[in-house]
Design a protein around this ligand. Structure first.
Ligand code: PLP
Length: 399
């Protein structure tokens, strides 16, 4: 049978085809785990082979790798980021009669752990550009009872650690970093978790290094703290069934650690992808001439922002309607955080009336997080930016 002879025709180049985007998830864990699935399955399986389900060699390996990655001397695994904060406060013997200064514009456990150990939460306001603790307000709120400051490196960018370290040193206070959103973030060349006395990390699935469940870790350069934390996470037990202190049960699982050990070598690449995505949003919004309608996040020149979240500010009462517009276009967004902690029902007795932390309250009313996960495609970002632009075009026409 004669076949058509195509040999004399030029080679065909397949035109890259991207399916039309019809929506963008805020976060998609499958895109990250799918290519690593065989390695992850083997790692999980090996934990079943050894039977070391709690702490054990996978946890030890992860502790030394994380310490290394965070430029810290030591790391101690625990059950969650919230427990890391609780353990740091327990290690420091902070409790009744003590005060701890924290931001109100953060996840709940930055503050709740302070109340949990019996100390008084003192909320300070934030810098409107970075959303991180405002050192001036921290300084104003120090009293004779203040024992510690917990700066949060919010959304993946380090707080103003030079000023906060100065304040802490000048007043003999501990500095506990809440670095749950900031693994790999840098500040003048040093990494989050190595900048204060202790650093607290979370491996919750949506963090930059996420496990298949809850997990956490503390970092420190001080062997004394590390010894205390290691004791407190196992009920203060040393040796077995002899209790030196009243600790808690907060150990990291072997399965969590095994999966995190597979993922950690990819973290630098994922971080670079997040940084690229942030740059692409900047370009797209510049092209669209969006300034004046929204404020893009500020990147401080002092370090590396690792973009756990890409949070824009939408002033003029447009935030919630823009969010609804994006939802209708199947673009996932989130509000971090709609109710600041000083306005939460459970902290009503702390008596922070509306207006007491003005920048925190303004941020809670204006901020919107857009998709920024590493595997987000350029087409998805274009789709997102297009719909944000179309919202403001329509709003301008209606005005
Ligand atoms: C996620 C998070 C925590 C708590 O971590 P978990 O592992 O969920 O307990 C604490 N602080 C901040 C700022 C966080 O983002």
């Amino acid at each position: 049978m004669a076949m058509p002879n195509d040999l004399d025709k030029g080679p065909l180049t397949q035109i890259p085809f991207s399916p039309p985007v019809t929506g963008v998830p805020l976060f998609d864990v499958q895109r990250q785990t799918a290519p690593l699935r065989e390695e992850i399955d083997a790692a999980v399986s090996s934990v079943f082979d050894t039977g070391q389900f709690v702490l054990g060699p996978e946890v030890q390996a992860l502790e030394s790798e994380i310490a290394n990655y965070c430029h810290a001397n030591f790391a101690v695994g625990c059950a969650s980021g919230s427990d890391a904060l609780l353990l740091a406060l327990l290690a420091a013997e902070i409790g009744q009669g003590d005060e701890v200064i924290v931001p109100s514009y953060t996840f709940f456990s930055t503050a709740s752990t302070v109340a949990r150990v019996g100390a008084k939460i003192v909320f300070a306001d934030i810098d409107p550009k970075t959303f991180n603790l405002d050192p001036n307000d921290v300084a104003r709120k120090i009293t004779k009872r203040t024992k510690a400051i917990i700066p949060v490196h919010l959304f993946g960018q380090c707080a103003d650690m030079h000023r906060l370290c100065d304040i802490a040193q000048g007043n003999d206070l501990l500095l506990i970093e809440d670095a749950a959103q900031a693994i790999g973030a840098e500040y003048h060349g040093r990494r989050a978790g190595s900048l204060g006395d202790m650093g607290c990390f979370s491996f919750y699935p949506t963090k930059n290094l996420g496990g298949p469940g809850d997990g956490g870790m503390l970092t420190s350069n001080d062997e004394g703290w590390v010894d205390r934390l290691s004791l407190l996470r196992v009920h203060g037990m040393r040796p077995r069934y002899y209790h030196q202190a009243i600790g808690i049960n907060s150990r990291l699982d072997g399965i969590q650690a095994a999966v995190l050990n597979v993922k950690l070598p990819h973290l630098e690449r994922w971080t670079e992808m997040r940084i690229e995505n942030a740059k692409r949003y900047q370009q797209l919004f510049e092209q669209a001439g969006i300034f004046g309608h929204v404020e893009l996040p500020t990147m401080e020149i002092t370090g590396r922002h690792v973009w756990n979240q890409y949070v824009i500010r939408v002033p003029g009462g447009h935030r919630d309607s823009l969010r609804a517009h994006l939802k209708a276009a199947n673009v996932g967004t989130e509000i971090y955080y709609p109710v600041p902690l000083h306005r939460q029902a459970c902290f009503a007795d702390l008596d922070y009336p509306p207006g007491s932390l003005p920048e925190t309250e303004r941020a809670a009313a204006e901020t919107l997080a857009l998709p920024i996960f590493p595997e987000l495609t350029a087409a998805e970002q274009e789709y997102t930016a297009w719909h944000i632009t179309s919202y403001f075009k329509a709003a301008a026409k209606a005005a």
